[in-house]
Design a protein around this ligand. Structure first.
Ligand code: MEV
Length: 435
């Protein structure tokens, strides 16, 4: 994308206008715009080839987060999510981060871990040494299963072997095959590679191989994002009360400290991060269960469950946020190719590698976290949340078209965002229009 991701008033535009703006920014064809709008999305016959027992397809709202600048490049972010406030929150926080130059990211290579469980090994420690001494032979063997990825520069990189002395099934050897899957998420590639090693590993160790499967704790495939928000960008007014920027920095740092110290809070803190992460993971056709599993396992890597992100005050009094997490996403293979939407989402993001995608996703997670902490640590989450929630309640009560905004506004004004009240309002309006 060559133009700015700052699209003032985007949220106030109609769906058609927004679609036009995004299509122009990302140079989408008419067909791609139709896919984005849902008019030409996933068809049932394609879905029938994706999973079993298909009877239809399931849709989610697709929003575009604005204001993101990642490593100096402006980027519009497609987010598929049912929860109100998430897209608005990400866009708002990205605007704050922009004041400090946006998000700066980095990542490790796309190294996946495939595991092999070896039972009944007569001498586990000796077997470990023997496996390690035959590392090159095993890596060569693993590299024979996917010539395409090898020709592109990927493939097996390393071998690690651990002895688990005690388990409900007795001692076992655990072998990790470290494999660079490049731009693919790579589940099938690494599972095939590790399956191919099994007979040779049995021969070397004298044991019995049972499981051969990737690990979703993809801690060799990390992405990182950081941002600095100048204190003055955080100053705002709410209900006649001024929140000073420096005070907001302190409050956010204190809110983070709660998550750092308490797993009950850390779980919710991380859920807020995953609001942003999952929405982009889903829009780009990636496996969000894998990302969720990896994220939470990474959050407990030091033995206690804690916050995935950190928020600190700089010596100048500004706010700095950092987030590092496993991010096993691909831009080729799997649903990214079969489902029509992910291709369009990737084009809007303008990413050319899985690493770029992983880094943007982590930047969105950090933005989402900032939006939640800023609201929670100042005016509270309900103020911003409620008007959006009210729209959903209005729709659930049967409001359509213009009625949605009108009923939602009345619910907010009455501070009664309840289905029964929305139904009553709709009933009153219907009888007024008849009478
Ligand atoms: C709601 O979906 C997410 C939050 O609960 C996150 C948080 O508490 O940090 C607002």
């Amino acid at each position: 994308m060559s133009q700015s991701s700052r699209l003032p008033g985007f949220y106030k535009s109609s769906v058609e206008e927004r679609l036009g703006l995004v299509a122009a920014a990302a140079d989408l064809t008419d067909e791609e715009s139709a896919i984005l709008s849902g008019a030409a999305g996933l068809q049932t016959d394609t879905a029938d080839h994706m999973i079993e027992n298909v009877v239809g397809t399931h849709s989610l709202p697709l929003g575009i987060a604005t204001n993101f600048c990642v490593n100096g490049r402006d980027v519009l972010v497609p987010m598929a999510i049912e929860e109100p406030s998430v897209v608005a929150g990400a866009s708002f926080a990205a605007r704050l981060a922009r004041e400090g130059g946006g998000f700066f990211t980095s990542s490790t290579p796309s190294h996946m871990i495939a595991q092999m469980q070896v039972l009944e090994v007569p001498n586990p420690h000796l077997a470990r040494f023997e496996l390690l001494s035959q590392k090159e032979r095993l890596l060569d063997l693993a590299n024979q299963t996917d010539p395409l990825i090898i020709s592109l520069g990927g493939g097996a990189r390393d071998l690690e072997v651990r002895v688990i002395e005690e388990s409900p099934a007795g001692p076992m050897l655990v072998l990790h095959l470290i494999y660079d899957t490049l731009d693919a998420m790579g589940a099938n590639t690494v599972n095939t590679a590790v399956e191919a090693l099994a007979p040779t590993v049995e021969e070397i160790t004298g044991g019995r191989v049972l499981l051969r499967i990737l690990s979703n704790l993809a801690d060799r495939r990390l992405a990182r994002a950081m941002c600095t928000v100048p204190a003055n960008a955080l100053e705002f007014e709410s209900d006649g009360r001024t929140f000073e920027g420096r005070d907001v920095v302190e409050r956010i740092a204190e809110a983070y400290a709660f998550a750092a110290a308490d797993p009950y809070r850390a779980t919710t803190h991380n859920k807020g991060i995953m609001n942003g992460v999952d929405a982009v993971v889903i829009a780009t056709g990636n496996d969000w269960r894998a990302i969720e599993a990896g994220a939470h396992a990474y959050a407990v890597r030091d033995g206690g469950y804690t916050a995935l992100s950190q928020w600190e005050k700089t010596p100048e009094g500004d706010l700095v946020g950092t987030l590092e997490m496993p991010m096993a996403v691909g831009i080729v293979g799997g649903a990214t190719r079969v489902h029509p939407l992910p291709q369009v989402a990737l084009k809007i993001l303008g990413v050319k590698t899985s690493l770029e995608l992983a880094e943007i996703i982590v930047a969105v997670g950090l933005a989402q976290n900032l939006a939640a902490l800023r609201a929670l640590a100042t005016e509270g989450i309900q103020r911003g949340h409620m008007s959006l929630h009210a729209r959903q309640v209005a729709i659930a009560a049967g409001a359509a078209g213009d009625q949605i905004e009108r009923v939602a506004a009345q619910l907010v004004q009455e501070r009664a965002i309840r289905l029964d009240r929305a139904e009553e309002i709709l009933g009153q309006r219907a009888s007024e229009s008849i009478g």
